[in-house]
Design a protein around this ligand. Structure first.
Ligand code: TXA
Ligand code: MG
Length: 321
């Protein structure tokens, strides 16, 4: 029998207090959470993820009022963005407070902070009362999980407790914004679009890291399914599929429009609307992997709104082959 949500949250808090690992639901993707003040628990996250120590973790907070115990400088632009988008899919990179563990920051002078919006995660953070460090709950370089079932099948017994909050509403990771310079620069496109950030600040925002800041997810193999990923505009799909069928055994097509596909290729429909596309993308790629397709041809949505983050992930996945 399922525990009630309140009981599950209490159990998750107990596991965190004991230094264990809890898979946590957020509105973006599931995280692999641990007490951000417990160095052994943090090391355990890296071991389970098989992630190099040079890739720092996001610390999740219950409220923006917790920021001063994690960051020593909070410039006006950080206040503006927190006010506009927290709780929500936005991560701010700030100058770290001296007490933040090196294990979290990879020894850097900065820390990534986010106040997530998922109601169960908010309850968990409020009951726990301190920061929860959590990367996405997948092995390093693989697809982020968007359901509790994905976490269980990826990590199995390596996670002590899975807090099941249902499927993630956004489905793609948070937008990471560096505010250490006093102005905003997007390090990773994500669940808050560039347009919305610019609207909130009434200014245009740079893409990419300034020197001295490590850019996340630059490894080519990041965000990749097992199947090879090939990007195609709608007019190119048929020719690419035909070409791939000559060499690959099983070819999937992920796109909105019903292209006239040759026998041997299978269509996985997905909405052209970028929010729906983001929500369904990782789950559909997992389904394509579980049906053992060798390659997937994808027509991405337009590059505006969440389309920018989707194109970023798919381009990285395509480069990984
Ligand atoms: O939506 C999300 O952001 C999810 C949920 C669980 O919150 N988390 C997530 O974490 O995607 P992760 O670890 O898979 O990706 C976080 C990225 C990493 O690429 C890491 O390098 C970068 O954030 N990062 C963390 N701290 C940083 C810092 N101080 N400076 C620059 N990048 C940082
Ligand atoms: Mg990740």
């Amino acid at each position: 029998m399922d525990m009630g949500d309140a009981e599950s949250v209490l159990q998750a808090v107990r596991v965190l207090r004991q230094g264990g690992l809890v898979a946590v639901p957020t509105e973006t993707v599931y995280g692999l959470g641990a007490d951000a003040r417990n160095e052994l628990a943090i090391r355990h996250i890296f071991a389970v993820k098989r992630r190099p120590a040079s890739h720092p973790l996001i610390v999740h907070l219950g409220d923006a009022s917790w920021v001063p115990s994690w960051a020593r400088v909070v410039p006006p632009v950080a206040h503006q963005l927190a006010e506009a988008f927290w709780p929500g899919p936005l991560t701010l990179v700030l100058r770290r407070h001296a007490r933040v563990l090196d294990a979290i920051t990879g020894g850097q002078d900065t820390v990534a902070l986010r106040v997530p919006a998922h109601p169960l995660m908010r309850q968990l953070l409020t009951s726990f009362g301190d920061g929860v460090a959590a990367p996405s709950a997948n092995r390093f370089g693989k697809l982020s999980p968007t359901t509790a079932e994905h976490v269980r099948s990826d990590l199995g017994d390596d996670v002590d407790f899975v807090l099941d909050g249902g499927p993630c509403a956004i489905g793609i990771e948070s937008t990471i914004v560096d505010v250490t310079t006093g102005s905003a620069a997007i390090l990773r496109a994500g669940g808050v679009s560039k347009e919305r950030l610019e609207d909130a600040l009434n200014a245009s925002i740079r893409m990419g890291a300034t020197s001295g800041i490590r850019a996340p997810g630059l490894l080519a193999s990041h965000y990749a399914p097992r199947a090879g990923v090939v990007l195609a505009e709608p007019s190119e799909v048929r020719a690419k599929v035909d070409d791939l069928l000559r060499s690959a055994r099983k070819v999937a097509f992920l796109g909105s429009n019903a292209v006239d596909l040759p026998p041997g290729a299978k269509h996985f429909p997905i909405s052209l609307d970028s929010s729906a596309f983001a929500r369904d993308l990782y789950a559909t790629l997992r389904e394509i992997d579980s049906q053992r397709f060798d390659v997937v041809v994808v027509t991405p949505p337009p590059g505006s709104g969440l389309g920018l983050a989707i194109r970023d992930r798919l381009t990285k996945a395509a480069a990984g082959r």
